[in-house]
Design a binder for this molecule. Structure first.
Ligand SMILES: CCCCCCCC/C=C\CCCCCCCC(=O)N[C@@H](Cc1ccccc1)C(=O)O
Ligand SMILES: [Zn+2]
Ligand SMILES: [Zn+2]
Length: 507
């Protein structure tokens, strides 16, 4: 046999081995999905989306509690919104078990006393402010009308995140009205400037709780949602519970040149030089790191629920990671899980048609992948810009959040998972990475168990409603939101026990 023939045989044998491993791993990959626990709720334990409850959500939307910049919000609207909340939930506000504090002028901190002091408190968070409405046309209902139409409530805040504020308060009001006396203390923390980093709201709440030595068992804030048709290869609904969030670094790029008359330009303008720098950043993305951080767990939790090809790829990441990286990088929502993203969010230069602009400035907002450092992001930028005329300064930065425990080893995570499955019995639940940031950045010192999840459904078509046009929630989803929080309050109102790690496949 010639050397070429024997080499061919070896290659063939190796390929066969690889194929066998791939098939075996695909067939035997463990299932991480647990069955929903039985829900012993009765009809009386259900919060229906009555006219009054829907109207309260609609009314909440009519308060234009917009945040524009840190320290520049809408104080009058916030004051009115706070008064509205107080008037709308009489049982809660009259209860001797509940204390209410206004923190940082407009943020709210409620504490519901628990009867069992051995149980660490739970903390549910959300925010009172909303992002502004842009000039973009196309709203099917006035954005601050809270209009109810075709089974939806429309307006700013309906999914970000007055639905969580109102849903939590409705659940607590319902609980207290039924004479419930909690065993575990519960905090509700509502910042008033989350949309501009939470420096005056959640930060103050975090400091206050730390000063008081409050150590919650877990914190649940807004975050990812139940998704439908968003995760490649998975037909069922997927509830994405974020166990960490990406960091961020915002950089200012600037170019200075000599100004002058528009009739006698130099070869290159500040605008041209900066445009080239920005183009270089967009053409040379930060490295695709998918699979090296906690986002890998997300895929592995869903592998057994995927259609054949995605399942084969996910069950064999030892071989197919580069393929998965390429596939996920094709869409903005999944690309966000792959790498530190680069968004050029501002570009300013020039003051007059016939004057050479002496300066051009761009702001670039990066969301940092959990496995990259801020220093590495900056080094990459300098390398691809490769032009000493472009100055780069860091405006603001935050390292990726610590990763919270998930799975059966974490009782708090499991209580959230169970509550989700009681409301969405047909859903899969998986730990995920949030691509944006929440007020929880101010709560890192309070507990290591921080989760970010909003209990409404998002389809691919809904993703642009978030901070965009036609923000809305369906009546059915709002009902689920209220009942999710109600179930969670019940599920955590007992000692939380860590369960033995078990996969479905092992049963
Ligand atoms: C596998 C596919 C994954 C796609 C999942 C999509 C599910 C969509 C669900 C929710 C949308 C993302 C929620 C992001 C919440 C972040 C809240 C937010 O916008 N925060 C601001 C805070 C901020 C940060 C820095 C400066 C000012 C404000 C933000 O992150 O920009
Ligand atoms: Zn939000
Ligand atoms: Zn937001």
């Amino acid at each position: 046999m010639s050397t070429a023939q024997s080499l061919l045989q070896w290659v063939g044998a190796a390929l066969l081995c690889v194929a066998v491993i791939v098939v075996v791993r695909t067939a035997t990959f463990p299932s991480y999905q647990t069955r929903p626990p039985p829900c012993n709720a009765t009809d009386q334990d259900f919060i229906p989306a009555t006219r009054a409850r829907l109207d309260r959500l609609s009314q909440a939307v009519t308060f234009r509690t917009v945040s524009y910049e840190p320290g520049r919000g809408t104080p009058e609207e916030l004051r009115k919104f706070l008064a509205f909340l107080r008037a709308s939930f009489p049982a809660l506000h009259a209860s001797p078990l509940v204390t209410r504090e206004v923190v940082g002028n407009f943020s709210l901190l409620y504490r519901v006393q628990g009867s069992d002091r051995s149980l660490k408190p739970a903390l549910l968070a959300a925010h009172l402010d909303v992002v502004p409405v842009t000039e973009e046309p196309g709203w099917e209902a006035e954005p601050f009308s809270g209009q109810q139409k075709d089974g939806f409530v429309y307006g700013r805040g309906t999914i970000d995140c007055k639905h969580n504020v109102l849903g939590q308060l409705e659940a607590l009001e319902f609980h207290l009205n039924r004479g419930h006396r909690p065993r575990r203390a519960l905090y509700l923390a509502y910042g008033h400037d989350e949309e501009v980093s939470g420096h005056y709201g959640a930060r103050k709440i975090g400091e206050l709780l730390e000063e008081r030595g409050v150590k919650p068992e877990f914190i649940l804030d807004e975050g990812l949602t139940v998704t439908k048709g968003v995760v490649p290869g998975v037909g069922k609904k997927v509830a994405m519970v974020a166990i960490t969030e990406k960091g961020y670094v915002t950089v200012k790029l600037s170019v200075r040149v000599k100004g002058g008359h528009g009739s006698m330009p130099e070869k290159e303008s500040a605008i041209g030089i900066l445009s080239q720098a920005v183009t270089n950043l967009e053409r040379n993305l930060q490295p695709n790191l998918w699979g090296s951080g906690p986002e890998r767990d997300f895929a592995e939790h869903l592998a057994t629920e995927m259609s054949l090809l995605p399942r084969l790829l996910t069950a064999n990441l030892w071989l197919f990671t580069p393929v998965v990286r390429w596939v996920l990088a094709q869409k903005p929502s999944t690309n966000a899980l792959c790498r530190t993203t680069t968004a050029v969010t501002r570009f300013n230069a020039g003051i007059k048609d016939n004057v050479i602009a002496p300066e051009a400035v761009a702001i670039v907002n990066h969301r940092v992948h959990p496995k990259q450092t801020i220093q590495e992001v900056l080094e990459h930028n300098l390398k691809v810009i490769d032009d000493p005329r472009v100055k780069m300064e860091v405006v603001e930065s935050l390292v990726p959040a610590p990763v919270s425990p998930s799975g059966p080893e974490s009782a708090a995570y499991m209580a959230i998972q169970e509550s989700i499955q009681q409301i969405y019995p047909d859903s899969l639940v998986a730990p995920s990475v949030l691509m944006g940031n929440t007020d929880t950045r101010h709560y890192w010192n309070l507990t290591s168990a921080i989760y970010r999840f909003s209990p409404n459904v998002m389809t691919p078509e809904d993703l642009t409603r978030f901070h965009g046009v036609n923000e809305r929630i369906s009546v059915q989803d709002y009902e689920r939101v209220m009942n999710f929080y109600f179930h969670l309050m019940r599920n955590v109102d007992k000692p939380l026990v860590v369960r033995r790690h078990e996969h479905d496949g092992d049963l």
